[in-house]
Design a protein around this ligand. Structure first.
Ligand code: SF4
Ligand code: SF4
Length: 662
């Protein structure tokens, strides 16, 4: 009786403190801006099943993923044992044997998972102390991460060992080892006579429950907070197209500033991201900027959001901001995150692809860039000329707008205005296809292929303007919206079945962002279009001797829009001996040009394009194939810098197919 009373007091105190911590956490997160994440509940539940419960993203790293998988599922199954122990504290003598025929299989499962969790914890401890993964020990990861992980693993070990010990002691009391408890039964004889076994049972039971309740209350204040927040975070993850950045309401007369300077400018989901980060470093380990020595670490950005929320939010909740001048003077941007970090991002999305709890790094980085550009006019000086060109020439370069369609002279290409009653395909040439001498060859190859396939197509000519991706992803939302709105007005004048783009950035923006401005179109990337023409027999190519070919996945074709197989099928169809780089498909490594980086200086660390080119050259290819004008420029520069341009060609898939036409 005294034992039960003592336990109920401990239980209520522990649960009370846990509820207090949880409410505090919800209040902190609620300080963020509103945002609806309750649509399409079915898809959200599916994400939870696959990503959170199925641990699909963690399993991208098989060793660490499997360890985590066993610990997670082991813990879920062992919750039944924990509940049993809690109920016994209130109603002594109740056991899971009440479940009748369900008890033996459950007991076997508990014992099996118990021993697997013990093994996983021991392996986890060995990993942290003997062979830690590099991603945890970059210059910015401190010893507290290892301390926290060690503490958590030791507490989990204590919970499981005390559970098995308690079962063993109980069998020592009864003298009848249960077959289903095939592990604990082996230790039943260790506890001496029934009286001593009873004392051991009591000790194990208290240790077990104090460890469980302590664990529960430590979680809200530890890096393992994700145990509580990751399922909600996955549930609330964005369901919008991956390549769609949110539209900023520039008409909002009440807005004191545009973009995000501090945590109050972020949404509640972005604050929840901060509290869900496991500090695992997977995002930073794949970040091309970080890998080449830039200041940027996506892990740090997310942890900074958490640190700043933890610093400012309690003052806001208590209304004591004025009494903490230092806290009030800080901002997320400036005190925690620097301009240099933000401008290093290529928007490649590798971080988001890897994050096991679906944290959204890129929108947070872009929101802060928007603040820098729109509210502070603070951006790399190189962008001044780029923005000026975009405003006056509708292209990032200093070419006259009137010459936009000159590349097509003599190619029998009509403009939409000339086509009159509409076409099947509106070919969106893009700025590179229009002006960049190297990429004009790709535009011409595309025309040759479409003529060969008998496609009824036309271009906008001088009615086409930059799609707005560069302006938007470099934070200049005002300029981006201007270009997007004008292009939509032009496109909506004409009749066509779909838009074809030879640039993944144009493709992504037209497809995923133009609907924000009333432009709803069927948009196809050229690699997918060419694959379709070949599959339907409209295009026929011969097998040519291309030698070894490596395909570099453009981020905005691959990770953002899932186009991986089409270009590979086309290359294989014309005889390429395709070999894959270590970083391929959704693990692809950026060329370094996205997010406006193409138009900014790269003076810190190694150049991203050199890193990528070196990876390609390791395979001794004759051709590096790709499907993006930015990748084309960056890889061509890389090959030249490595003095390999005599041996290695950088070509677009369309060029290779045009040469192989039968
Ligand atoms: S989007 Fe790419 S460059 Fe930017 S933080 Fe993520 S991984 Fe790094
Ligand atoms: S943001 Fe995601 S991948 Fe990066 S450290 Fe946090 S949990 Fe890991």
């Amino acid at each position: 009786m005294a034992n039960s009373v003592a336990f109920i007091v401990v239980l209520l105190a522990a649960l009370g403190f846990f509820v207090f911590s949880s409410i505090r956490l919800v209040k902190l997160v609620s300080l963020g801006k509103a945002g609806n994440r309750l649509d399409a509940t079915g898809t959200r539940i599916k994400n939870v099943l696959v990503v959170a419960l199925g641990q699909s993203k963690l399993l991208r790293e098989p060793f660490a993923g499997l360890m985590h998988f066993f610990i997670f599922w082991g813990f879920v199954i062992l919750l039944s044992a924990i509940l049993e122990a809690i109920v016994q504290g209130v109603v002594p003598g109740v056991t899971l044997e009440l479940l009748g025929p369900l008890f033996p299989p459950l007991a076997v499962l508990q014992e099996t998972m118990g021993i697997l969790v013990v093994l996983a914890c021991l392996l986890g401890l060995a990993r942290w102390w003997l062979f830690p993964p590099k991603r945890y020990f970059g210059p910015e990861i401190s010893a507290h991460v290892r301390f926290d992980a060690t503490l958590i693993l030791l507490v989990i070990l204590t919970i499981i060992v005390s559970m098995l010990g308690s079962y063993a002691a109980r069998m020592g009391i009864s003298g009848h080892p249960a077959d289903a408890r095939f592990i604990s039964a082996r230790f039943a004889g260790l506890f001496g006579d029934p009286h001593q076994a009873r004392i051991w049972d009591m000790v194990f039971w208290w240790v077990h429950l104090i460890a469980v309740l302590g664990f529960l209350n430590y979680l809200p204040y530890s890096k393992h907070l994700h145990i509580l927040t990751s399922i909600p975070n996955v549930f609330f993850a964005s369901l919008k197209p991956r390549g769609e950045l949110a539209k900023l309401d520039l008409e909002d007369e009440n807005a004191e500033k545009f973009g995000a300077e501090d945590i109050r400018d972020l949404t509640w989901k972005q604050l929840l991201d901060g509290f869900t980060c496991t500090d695992c470093g997977r995002c930073t380990s794949v970040c091309p900027a970080h890998q080449t020595g830039k200041a940027l670490s996506p892990r740090k950005i997310i942890m900074n959001i958490r640190e700043r929320t933890s610093e400012l939010a309690p003052c806001l909740l208590r209304g004591t901001e004025d009494q903490h001048q230092d806290v009030a003077a800080h901002r997320l941007l400036g005190h925690y995150v620097t301009d240099e970090e933000l401008w290093a991002c290529t928007s490649c999305r590798a971080c988001m692809e890897e994050c096991p709890v679906m944290i959204e790094h890129v929108p947070a980085i872009m929101d802060m860039r928007r603040f820098l550009v729109l509210s502070e006019s603070r951006f790399p000086p190189e962008l001044t000329a780029t923005y000026k060109n975009l405003e006056t020439n509708y292209t990032p370069w200093a070419f006259s707008h009137e010459s936009r369609a000159d590349w097509a002279k003599g190619l029998d290409v009509r403009t939409m205005a000339e086509a009159g009653d509409g076409v099947d395909v509106l070919y969106w040439v893009g700025c590179a296809g229009s002006y960049d001498q190297r990429y004009q060859k790709v535009a011409r190859a595309m025309v040759k292929l479409m003529h060969a396939a008998g496609i009824r197509f036309a271009i906008l000519g001088t009615e086409e303007k930059c799609n707005g991706d560069l302006a938007r992803r470099s934070g200049n939302e005002y300029l981006a919206q201007m270009l997007m709105t004008e292009n939509v007005a032009t496109l909506n004048k004409y009749k066509f079945k779909r838009i074809l783009a030879t640039c993944p950035h144009c493709y992504n923006t037209l497809k995923n962002e133009y609907p924000q401005f009333g432009g709803h179109y069927q948009v196809t990337l050229h690699t997918a279009f060419l694959d379709e023409l070949m599959q339907s027999g409209k295009l026929r190519v011969g097998q040519q001797a291309h030698g070894k070919v490596v395909f570099h996945d453009p981020c905005y074709a691959g990770r953002y829009n899932g186009i991986y197989d089409a270009p590979r099928r086309s290359l294989a169809a014309c005889g390429a001996n395709l070999v894959e780089m270590r970083h391929a498909r959704d693990k692809g490594f950026c060329c370094g040009a996205g997010g406006g980086r193409m138009f900014m200086e790269e003076t810190v660390g190694k150049r991203v394009n050199i890193e990528r080119t070196e990876e390609a050259l390791l395979l001794n290819p004759q051709t590096i194939a790709s499907a993006c004008p930015f990748c084309m420029t960056m890889l061509t520069d890389g090959v030249k810098a490595k003095d390999a341009d005599e041996k290695v060609q950088v070509r677009d898939v369309a060029e290779i197919l045009a040469d192989a036409l039968l």
